[in-house]
Design a protein around this ligand. Structure first.
Ligand SMILES: Cc1cc2nc3c(=O)[nH]c(=O)nc-3n(C[C@H](O)[C@H](O)[C@H](O)COP(=O)(O)OP(=O)(O)OC[C@H]3O[C@@H](n4cnc5c(N)ncnc54)[C@H](O)[C@@H]3O)c2cc1C
Length: 475
């Protein structure tokens, strides 16, 4: 890791002149502290930046990076700070570059079905703006009411509708990027196809702020489905819930938009948190299935077929949400699991491992065995339709913190080793940040890591962009 320079009073004067005094925070720990964390649960990992800058234009971002690069000051780009891997935490202090003021939807181009947006737009606002024109931006992270589109691109966010629509990267047609040396480059554009040169757009997607700063994003839109229907399917056991997943995917003849599973503990926690009365909330496992299409008539046969398949797979009950209010109640249950579990015990770790769909049952067996061995709570839920299982490992309230600290590393190592042995990987959407960096060699070999280091050095020879993230240190 390079040695960085501290931010001096002269640097602060220079940087404040770029963004304006009002948008430069320094020498004020209380105001700096919200920028030293993200939604990662263990706040002991927070780290204060020396200065927070809130640029309003690409030119300002460029001027900041040029100065930081010359002075060898680390820069951590920041979206809404909803990340779950510590990727936006400024490990080495320096500058946090908050994109919160670059929050304009520049254009909804209906003829080409694209949106041009700045990185600080809240993801759901893009959905709302596109819907006015009968269009859909199909990214749907569960945090869409608070996260920014720039953060979604930088983490290649997935979410609840990825079974049918895929993850953020599928919708990124073009990017304006400010490189660490302050140069501004334009990658891709409004073309739906483009094979000229290496695919640098998608090298940037998921780069977690380590290669450059996105200042403008061109998104592909698709026609907004006119009808959607949600099913909540209750099974006696989690095993039966999981066994139904490949059956629904291979026998229903369509890809559901959503195929989410939740175990008993996760559902009960969320229902309690929302003060929600659920029928049969003692079911061992639940599937949330959404189908959408061009009309009610088109989807009717589909959801009936899925319901029948679930009943044949041992479901106790299939509830069809009859209206938008009930659909929202069901989705709220799924979206609020994370907050509900945090309210039980804030000392926990949230992992989003992925295995091939056929291995979900084996993964669950491994998880529960590990959970019992270490005496921790292990509720599981996630995007069953793409094998992305969310595992919250929660310290029981009665376990001393020192004991949790002592077991956590071994526990995570065992979890990730089990995932790797099943042919899976250690993150499907939250990213690596600093949190999972040491485990990356379990799934990327030395040659692949050497390529990563080469790419990083080509973009950022001084190593100022979000240092300490994604790529493990060399041994
Ligand atoms: C309740 C809850 C539910 C969630 N559900 C999901 C889910 O379903 N799917 C999912 O994928 N994630 C989910 N997340 C995680 C998180 O919301 C996503 O990772 C999201 O994409 C982060 O966006 P952000 O704007 O908050 O980015 P931040 O947390 O601020 O930053 C994340 C990373 O992006 C980089 N970055 C941010 N903006 C830029 C930019 N303009 N240029 C370059 N780099 C940049 C940062 O440096 C950092 O490395 C959830 C989080 C919570 C709290």
């Amino acid at each position: 890791m390079p040695t960085f320079n501290p931010v001096t009073p002269q640097d602060i004067d220079h940087l404040a002149a770029i963004v304006g005094e009002k948008y430069c925070i320094a020498n004020d720990p209380e105001k700096l502290s919200p920028y030293g964390t993200d939604e990662i649960s263990d706040k002991r990992n927070n780290h204060l930046p020396e200065v927070v800058l809130k640029p309003a234009t690409t030119a300002e971002v460029s001027a900041i990076l040029r100065h930081a690069n010359q002075r060898c000051i680390p820069v951590t780009p920041r979206g809404a700070g909803t990340g779950l891997a510590g990727a936006a935490v400024p490990l080495y202090g320096g500058i946090v570059l908050s994109l919160e003021r670059m929050n304009r939807i520049v254009e909804i181009d209906t003829e080409n079905m694209v949106a041009v947006v700045e990185p600080g737009v809240i993801t759901n606002e893009i959905n709302l703006a596109a819907a006015e024109y009968g269009l859909l931006y199909a990214g749907y992270p569960m945090s869409l009411l608070s996260c920014f589109i720039g953060g979604n691109v930088a983490t290649n966010a997935g979410g609840g509708k990825a079974v049918k629509y895929g993850v953020t990267g599928r919708y990124i047609l073009g990017l304006e990027v400010v490189l660490p040396n302050g140069e501004i480059i334009h990658l891709g554009g409004k073309n739906l196809k483009d094979v000229v040169g290496y695919d640098l757009v998608h090298l940037m997607v998921g780069s977690e702020g380590t290669l450059g700063v996105f200042t403008r994003i061109i998104l592909k839109l698709i026609p907004l489905p006119k009808a959607a229907m949600d099913l909540l399917v209750l099974f006696p056991t989690l095993q039966q819930t999981i066994n139904a997943i490949p059956r629904v995917l291979t026998h229903s003849g369509v890809l559901p938009t959503t195929l989410e599973f939740m175990d008993r503990y996760a559902v009960q926690a969320s229902a309690r948190y929302l003060n929600e009365e659920l029928p049969l909330q003692d079911a061992g496992g639940l599937l949330l299935v959404e189908v959408d299409g061009g009309s009610e008539a088109e989807i009717e046969g589909v959801y009936e077929a899925i319901g029948d398949l679930c009943m044949e797979s041992g479901a106790i009950e299939v509830y069809v949400a009859p209206n938008a209010t009930t659909q929202e109640r069901i989705w709220a249950l799924r979206r609020n699991i994370a907050e509900a579990l945090m309210s039980i015990s804030p000392i926990q770790t949230s992992e989003d491992v992925v295995v091939p769909i056929s291995k979900i049952a084996a993964l669950m067996d491994a998880l529960y065995a590990i959970g019992e061995r270490y005496d921790v709570l292990f509720p599981a839920y996630g995007h069953a339709g793409d094998g992305n299982v969310h595992v919250r490992i929660i310290k029981k309230p009665e376990m001393p913190l020192a004991q949790w600290d002592a077991i956590k590393h071994n526990l995570l190592t065992e979890l990730f080793q089990a995932v790797a042995a099943l042919g899976g990987t250690i993150s499907g959407e939250h990213g690596i940040g600093y949190k999972k960096k040491e485990f990356v060699p379990l799934v990327l070999d030395r040659n692949v890591l050497a390529l990563h280091r080469g790419i990083k050095a080509a973009f950022d020879p001084n190593g100022i962009m979000n240092p300490g993230k994604v790529i493990p240190d060399e041994d």
